[in-house]
Ligand binder design. Structure first.
Ligand code: NAD
Length: 260
């Protein structure tokens, strides 16, 4: 158990599914009170019910992370609901449109950037006023695609957004140290979630010959693909005082996938 999570208040974005859901359940299991932010009503409510079944408290908020007005509202509402804010897991993200660069529509590029990168910036920006007095922990979900694994062709927008999150997290760790807010970024490898629902591969992509691929049978290694629960445990560790001297760090959680 991580006792110092008891009664802390945690906002989790993209909490309705996959990594966000698993992190919310783990934080709830450790005694935190949750604010579940997601676009999808049914999934948000389902996670709230799962938390209630383990006697963990949660409120749910409907917000599109790419919309500054809704994000500011969500963080103000989160702090109002529980009277404090200690932990932010800025996790919502999409793969978006996967296509060669020459076929990428500017609006599809923007959409991926707006959800993944601007959404992260907005989540941190609007959390700060509620965390700056007492401090806390912010965890951002990037990906191994932000710096290591570029054999998944068509992911120029996704990989760029994920690389941007790493740079942003490091800047935020330095800037927010004066408020005793720690900021870390996690880089998962392949994790079994619903992210495929927000992935649109174009026919143009299928025509490209990919020069670098995992050797036959080497992926998912012996370790993977990972489970969302394994990421949830890392998030709870980074949220807790057990990681009190860890900030500005990029942590890979990928069963060594990024070494292939
Ligand atoms: P998921 O699709 O299972 O869950 C993502 C959740 O985010 C969904 O519930 C969705 O409704 C929500 N969401 C999407 N866009 C939103 C928006 N604009 N506003 C509010 N909510 C929104 O996917 P996941 O795999 O759990 O992804 C979570 C994060 O993990 C993403 O940032 C993703 O890039 C990252 N990631 C995933 C993997 C993987 O293999 N699954 C690997 C590396 C990184």
């Amino acid at each position: 158990m991580l006792p110092d999570l008891k009664d802390k208040v945690a906002v989790v974005t993209g909490a309705g599914s996959g990594i966000g859901r698993a992190a919310a359940l783990e934080l709830g299991r450790q005694g935190a009170r949750l604010v579940l932010v997601d676009l999808k009503d049914e999934r948000r409510e389902q996670v709230k019910a799962e938390l209630a079944a383990m006697k963990a408290e949660a409120v749910t908020l409907d917000a599109d992370l790419s919309d500054p007005v809704r994000v500011q509202w969500a963080f103000d509402e989160a702090a109002r609901a529980w009277g404090r804010l200690d932990i932010v897991f800025a996790n919502a993200g999409i793969n978006g449109v996967l296509t060669p660069i020459e076929d990428m529509k500017p609006e599809d590029w923007d959409h991926t950037m707006f959800v993944n990168l601007k959404g992260t910036f907005l989540s941190v920006k609007y959390a700060i006023p509620h965390m700056k007095e007492k401090g806390g922990s912010i965890i951002i979900t990037s990906s191994i695609n932000g710096s290591r694994v570029f054999s998944n062709f068509g992911m120029s927008a996704y990989s760029t957004s994920k690389a941007g999150q790493v740079a942003f997290a490091k800047m935020a760790a330095l800037e927010l140290a004066r408020y005793k807010i720690r900021v870390n970024v996690i880089c998962p490898g392949a994790i079994t979630t619903h992210i495929g629902e927000n992935t649109h591969s174009t026919p143009e992509l299928r025509k490209i010959k990919i020069p670098v691929q995992y050797p036959e049978g080497s992926m998912p290694l012996e370790h993977g693909p990972g489970k969302p629960e394994q990421v949830g445990e890392l998030v709870a560790f980074l949220a807790s005082g057990a990681s009190s001297h860890i900030t500005g760090t990029e942590l890979f959680i990928d069963g060594a996938e990024s070494l292939l």
